[in-house]
Write a protein that binds this ligand. Sequence first.
Ligand code: NAD
Length: 339
Amino acid sequence: MRAAVVFRRHASGALAAPAACRRGFATGSKLQASYGFIGLGRMGYPMAKNLRTKIPESDTMIIHDVNEASTAKFAKEVGNVTIAKNVREVAEKSTTIITVLPEPSHVQSVFGQVLQPPTLLTEAPNHHKRLFIDCSTIDPKTSSEVAEAAHASGQGRFIDAPMSGGVVGAAAGKLTFMIGASDSVLERATEVLMMMGKRVIHLGPQGSGLKGKLANNYLLALNNVATCEAMNMGVKWGLDPHKLADMINTATGKCWPSEVNNPVPGVVEGSPASKGYEGGFGTALMLKDLKLALKAGQEAGIEPQLGSYAKDIYAAVEKDESCKGKDFSVVYRFIGGKE
Ligand code: NAD
């Protein structure tokens, strides 16, 4: 057993292990632990790198990605890992398995292979219960179906832990994880996630992390469109964009797109807008999250009005040659904003 770690719960629901305890976890464990990582893409690769760097050398890590170039690069650059032939092998040889996959269909497919045949030992290596931590942004329904399959077959616990912070946060180990998990696995999941992030917010039982993430990103999608439209209006009326942004950011219109990710080039130094809308959070990912939020809303009997308009806008942005693939603040360019 690992030494008990005392977690502080902030008013927001965020959990944080004291730094000294986290260090103790990384270096002071007696039993070897085994980690599996599936999906080493833009987010997964730097997350897995942080994890491998922070766990003791003697702990094992086994990785898999359908893109063999990615796992080969990881083995060469980071080292001290085994590359699995398939996802089932990852689950067989590890106790804590992290998945970072693009879409619901990938999560379904991976767990279809992981859980079938239902013969994974209940007690994974080193007699720890197997824990699946899915960090993919998918819909809560699919996530709960996969969790149910894992729980019903007795092959492990499954929690959802979608994240925010983007590729930069993943590389810096400063992600925020929003988790849906039973209290019984909370401490263990938090210990693992804090090696890849700076904050873990427990929103409730399995599925809750995704619900929180999608509600937040729904709001973000709308705030961004509204900020682009408001800035466009002001600039076209002849206002100075810097003065307008400064005013909004001390007034009631203030939001993350107006303050941190302002869509007018030059208003926020270093922002994607100031770099030709490169980097940042791509319109395709914004569209994906918005669609997931709308679908999950419909499943709960909700017909969000503004989200449908915003979805059409992001879909059109993705089809526009001068906007496609860029940061989502490029909506400002799409609507004809002065650059
Ligand atoms: P990505 O496409 O860069 O990486 C996904 C990886 O999964 C790829 O390497 C792919 O080869 C691998 N993969 C796909 N199917 C697989 C399978 N069957 N078996 C093994 N590997 C498989 O995506 P990403 O940007 O890393 O995003 C991953 C998840 O994180 C998504 O759900 C995304 O919405 C979410 N997310 C992304 C960001 C971001 O800024 N990129 C931020 C927050 C959340």
